[in-house]
Design a protein. Structure first.
Length: 193
């Protein structure tokens, strides 16, 4: 591949930051208002708040992961740009799916679609990691550590699959709980390392 096909990461990072900011804004704007100014009315919306917190943490986690990676990436190519665009397309469904889950917390289809969105994001991140490693040999050792496929992709994928199995057995909210587990695990790993 010719050298002129490589690009710097600044514009991609700015685009990514803007998309995450928009997703977080839409998430909070979609939160329903309590019917009255009482604790009972606020408590009645607990499912919406729970789904919001998980989705917000997912956004923060993905942004932090992306920042961690691209802080050590010297160059990208068109393939990586399109992988990121696909990632943002799939990830931009989070506000819609958050409301869907909040309105139907005990139903399998909304929970499954929410979890499936996370699985697709993990798959895209896997291929993006491979592409980044191919063209950034200068920082290969750091990137291999930051893009640790086992910690960043395989373990969350396995947790999501467990959530799907439990959901199929009659406990649909297991999927969103597994999403929360992967976020907490990811935060723990990033704060520890």
């Amino acid at each position: 591949m010719a050298e002129e096909n490589f690009m710097e990461t600044g514009r991609l990072e700015a685009f990514y930051d803007a998309i995450i900011a928009i997703i977080v804004t839409v998430l909070v704007l979609e939160l329903p208002q309590p019917a009255t100014a009482s604790l009972a009315s606020i408590w009645a919306l607990k499912t919406s708040y729970f789904a919001y917190v998980i989705s917000f943490l997912v956004c923060a986690n993905l942004w932090q992961y992306h920042h961690l990676i691209y802080n050590h990436v010297d160059r990208i190519n068109t393939k990586i740009i399109w992988q990121n665009i696909l990632l943002m397309f799939v990830f931009s469904l989070i506000p819609y799916l958050t409301i869907f889950v909040a309105n139907h917390p005990n139903e399998f289809i909304p929970q499954a679609l929410y979890g499936l969105d996370f699985i697709i994001v993990d798959i895209i991140l896997y291929y993006m990691a491979k592409s980044l490693l191919e063209i950034n040999q200068k920082n290969e050792e750091y990137l291999k550590s930051a893009l640790n496929v086992r910690d960043a992709l395989y373990i969350p994928f396995a947790i999501f699959i467990v959530g799907f199995i439990i959901a199929l057995l009659g406990y649909p909210i297991a999927i969103i709980i597994c999403c929360l587990i992967t976020i907490i695990r990811s935060l723990y790993v990033s704060l520890k390392g």
